[in-house]
Ligand binder design. Structure first.
Ligand code: ZN
Length: 314
């Protein structure tokens, strides 16, 4: 595998699809995942181990993981809400397991019906199970600090609480914590400040990724701020699918096509071929004819001469 500078982690099959009412057939999900891996994508969050009753869109996650694990050079990531989900994830052999931890306790109680103390206990139990897996098969276990930049229920979220939560999660046994702008509230100044604070508390090597939404149009600016602070993994979704129902015209996660274009244009290597990536979009277009797909580069195309050595030389 050739070297990359920034890992673009595709979360569309999980974050994007879980917020759409359409249930994509397993074969279509796999067409998408395979095509995107073939375009050079190194990591894809392929699903979530939540009860199918809650999210029928994710009911086939075990099957999707099993097939995705056969794709060469692809890190297969999944989301788990609790120990039970983690056990299901461990049984599949997924490479990476993430658990969301809502820094806003109101959000946590509402979404997973657990207080912070209960969540720390749950995370510790999962970490124990992860440690029981032989080292060569052991997944990377991380916690995403969701609502880290603000909460739709509580409003502003205390930065000290974000830092304390990160410390407690590391003590509970996760390998890493990520910062998630679940609500699309973040701005670049806040992104810089919070990354610095959390890194100072738990160590740079334990904070390498951010999960951003583009609800208010600041997604790429926030991504760049994070990269300037040394972050090396950025989550995004193809076509920005999963837009917010309360903000028409606003994409869900930041748009993978635009993010990859920005990075490659800056000379930061992602391993992803932009033109091939743009072609993957037709799979979504066909499978989700009634859903809006976002992004500027898909409409405008890449600039003339893009991808030549002249343009990509750092
Ligand atoms: Zn998200």
């Amino acid at each position: 595998m050739s070297e990359i500078d920034i890992l673009v982690s595709e979360v569309g099959p999980r974050d994007g699809l879980q917020s759409l009412s359409t249930v994509l057939p397993t074969a279509t999900k796999l067409d998408w995942i395979r095509a995107q891996a073939a375009a050079g994508c190194r990591e894809i969050e392929v699903g979530s181990f939540v009860p199918p009753k809650l999210l029928p869109q994710m009911a086939d996650t075990a099957e999707v993981v099993a097939a995705a694990l056969k794709i060469p050079d692809l890190t297969v990531a999944v989301l788990v809400p609790n120990l039970r989900g983690a056990e299901n994830a461990l049984a599949t052999g997924a490479h990476k397991i993430s658990i969301p931890f809502s820094v806003s306790e109101t959000h946590s109680l509402k979404n997973v019906r657990r207080s912070h103390e209960q969540m720390f206990e749950e995370v510790a139990r999962i970490a124990e199970r992860v440690r029981e897996v032989e080292p060569d098969r052991r997944p990377h276990f991380e916690a995403g600090l969701s609502t880290a930049f603000g909460c739709t229920l509580e409003g502003p979220v205390s930065e000290d609480l974000v830092v304390q939560s990160a410390e407690r999660l590391m003590e509970a046994g996760v390998a890493e914590v990520g910062l998630s702008d679940t609500t699309g509230y973040a701005n670049p100044g806040q992104v810089r400040r919070l990354i610095r604070k959390v890194r100072a508390a738990v160590g740079d090597e334990h904070v390498t990724g951010v999960h951003l939404h583009n609800t208010r149009g600041l997604g790429l600016a926030n991504a760049l701020a994070a990269i300037d602070e040394g972050i090396t993994t950025i989550d995004s979704s193809l076509g920005g699918i999963g837009g917010c129902p309360f903000a028409p015209g606003a994409s869900g996660n930041i748009v993978t096509e635009d993010l990859v274009f920005m990075l490659e244009a800056m000379g930061l290597r992602t391993g992803i071929d932009v033109e091939k990536l743009l072609e993957v979009r037709s799979i979504l277009r066909q499978a989700l004819p009634d859903e809006p797909l976002y992004g500027f580069v898909p409409d405008a195309g890449t600039p003339k001469g893009f991808n030549t050595d002249l343009n990509t030389a750092a």
